[in-house]
Design a protein around this ligand. Structure first.
Ligand code: MN
Length: 270
């Protein structure tokens, strides 16, 4: 009897070890085994370079992609400037922002922006966080960032603003960072069902179902912010109506392969 119990315990420990070793396949091993993972990680690296080349990020800012082979994990670079990220720098995280595969390299302190949105939004697979200067005045003043043209139609009826003071505990005075899961959840809650959220005194987070689309949305939301600010100085601004926004979003987002090709060629040049 004792022997059977011992055997059972041994068997369950063995199964646990097997399951841990399956989960512990490194990013490189997953890339070798699953073509979709290889494609996603390589596109993620390219997107890092494009975002820098297009002035969407500088030394700060990051982009993630949900693991196409496991919807409960995501890929994100280790703590590096986006322009220098390579395939070897990509780490894998669970939906609580915990690094997987025994990877102990330094991660971005704000990975909880990604885990928070990806955990709460199954329709979003890729998230960008950045601090583009033209975006900042909207979060600071409470002025709604709204689509002024078809390129940023996804902004719909306007981007919500996340006020960290309303969620920070125990004190409303923080370092402004989304540095834990509670703040990640709060950011996602304010984003609601939209794809862009302003962060007061900090920047923004954008989401989409693909890397290409979230890069497209970030680049054109930043341009929208510049155009809107210029137009507001001149007079009353005509924004897209909700009907125009929804119709033009559908049309324009079918064509994002075109600018993606241009952006890719620019960063692939030796
Ligand atoms: Mn930040």
């Amino acid at each position: 009897m004792k022997n059977i119990k011992f055997r059972k315990a041994f068997l369950s420990i063995s199964l646990l070890v097997v399951s841990i070793s399956i989960e512990a396949a490194s990013v490189q091993e997953q890339m070798a085994e699953f073509p979709a993972v290889k494609a996603a990680v390589e596109e993620l690296v390219l997107a890092n370079h494009i975002l820098y080349d297009q002035n969407a990020v500088d030394g700060y800012g990051h982009i993630s992609i949900r693991n196409p082979n496991n919807s409960n994990t995501f890929f994100l670079a280790r703590s590096l400037a986006p322009s220098v990220v390579t395939v070897d720098d990509i780490m894998e995280f669970d939906m609580n922002g915990k690094a997987l595969n025994g990877d102990t390299r330094t991660a971005y302190g704000e990975r909880f922006i990604h885990s928070g949105i990806l955990r709460n939004r199954p329709d979003i697979n890729s998230v960008i966080h950045g601090h583009a200067a033209s975006i900042l005045p909207y979060g600071l003043t409470g002025t709604t960032l709204k689509p002024v043209y078809h390129m940023s139609a996804f902004l719909g009826e306007g981007a919500p603003i996340f006020e960290i003071r309303n969620f920070a505990k125990p004190s409303p005075d923080t370092d402004m960072f989304i540095s834990n899961n509670d703040l990640g959840d709060a950011l996602s809650k304010i984003m609601g069902l939209q794809y862009f959220v302003l962060m007061r005194g900090h920047g923004y987070a954008a989401g989409a179902d693909s890397i290409k689309k979230v890069v497209f949305r970030s680049i054109y939301a930043i341009q929208n912010a510049s155009i809107q600010s210029e137009a507001m100085k001149m007079g009353v601004v005509q924004y897209l109506t909700p009907g125009e926004a929804s119709a033009s979003q559908e049309t324009i987002e079918k064509t994002i392969g075109r600018p993606w090709q241009l952006w890719s060629e620019r960063v692939k040049k030796p």
